[in-house]
Design a protein around this ligand. Structure first.
Ligand SMILES: Nc1ncnc2c1ncn2[C@@H]1O[C@H](COP(=O)(O)OS(=O)(=O)O)[C@@H](OP(=O)(O)O)[C@H]1O
Ligand SMILES: Nc1ncnc2c1ncn2[C@@H]1O[C@H](COP(=O)(O)OP(=O)(O)O)[C@@H](O)[C@H]1O
Length: 197
């Protein structure tokens, strides 16, 4: 009887400001990893907050609780062979470190990817209109504007999205995973190849 070893899973945590590009990169990477034959889940911040962490707001304590709960789910999935992509702001080093430690305790690969988009670029993108609402006095406690964001000091990868296309950013994360033997080296996101010629 032969047994097939299950490929190792991993968590890729995409941290950065609102509109930095976390969700966009996670979506492109999901498609690409699935094309490689990997099992992939995206733990989307908005959906998570509607269900798993419903009732939590944006105080420091609530954000830390949110991140720790998402981190628990990610670690369980990754430990069981899934590549888990997490586009969640996670503004505090303390809670990011707790998630890293949880993964280390089970020897589960964990990659912190800093989506390092300057706040002025994020505000110009303003995908959900949050920066405009904050400027109009309709919202307070917006990460990076009037609420803290502690940038990672030792991320596995930094994405400078101001100078990259979304596909280039996703390529960079894919290459990092390939270097660690977590997916294939060859292959590109079909839509990215087409749109870039
Ligand atoms: N005050 C404030 N600050 C930051 N973000 C806000 C806020 N209010 C609502 N939103 C929306 O909620 C999304 C962030 O949720 P997260 O779970 O990723 O945040 S956290 O890690 O718990 O800080 C975030 O999603 P992204 O824009 O995709 O980052 C926002 O759309
Ligand atoms: N290199 C890049 N990577 C990711 N997004 C980018 C990049 N360049 C431009 N963008 C744009 O920035 C916006 C990011 O939005 P989104 O992914 O929803 O951000 P977040 O999830 O961080 O709030 C999208 O409109 C996307 O097309």
């Amino acid at each position: 009887m032969t047994t097939t070893a299950r490929p190792r899973g991993a968590t890729v945590w995409l941290t950065g400001l609102p509109s930095a590009g976390k969700t966009t990169v996670a979506g492109l990477l999901r498609d690409r990893l699935r094309a490689d034959g990997r099992r992939v889940e995206v733990l989307d911040g908005d959906e998570i907050r509607r269900f798993l962490t419903a009732g939590l707001g944006f105080s420091r304590a609530d954000r830390c609780a949110n991140v720790r709960r998402v981190g628990l789910v990610a670690e369980v999935l990754a430990r069981n062979g899934v590549v888990c992509l997490v586009p969640v702001i996670a503004p505090y080093a303390e809670s990011r470190d707790a998630v890293r430690a949880r993964h280390a305790a089970s020897a589960t690969p964990y990659f912190e990817v800093y989506v390092a988009t300057p706040v002025e670029v994020c505000a110009a993108r303003d995908v959900k209109g949050l920066y405009a609402r904050q400027a109009a006095g309709m919202l307070t406690g917006l990460t990076g504007v009037d609420d803290p964001y502690e940038p990672p000091t030792d991320p596995a990868l930094v994405l400078r999205t101001r100078a990259q296309t979304p596909w280039e950013s996703a390529d960079a994360v894919h290459a990092m995973l390939a270097e660690h033997g977590l997916t294939r080296r060859a292959g590109r996101v079909a839509s990215g190849v087409n749109s870039r010629g």
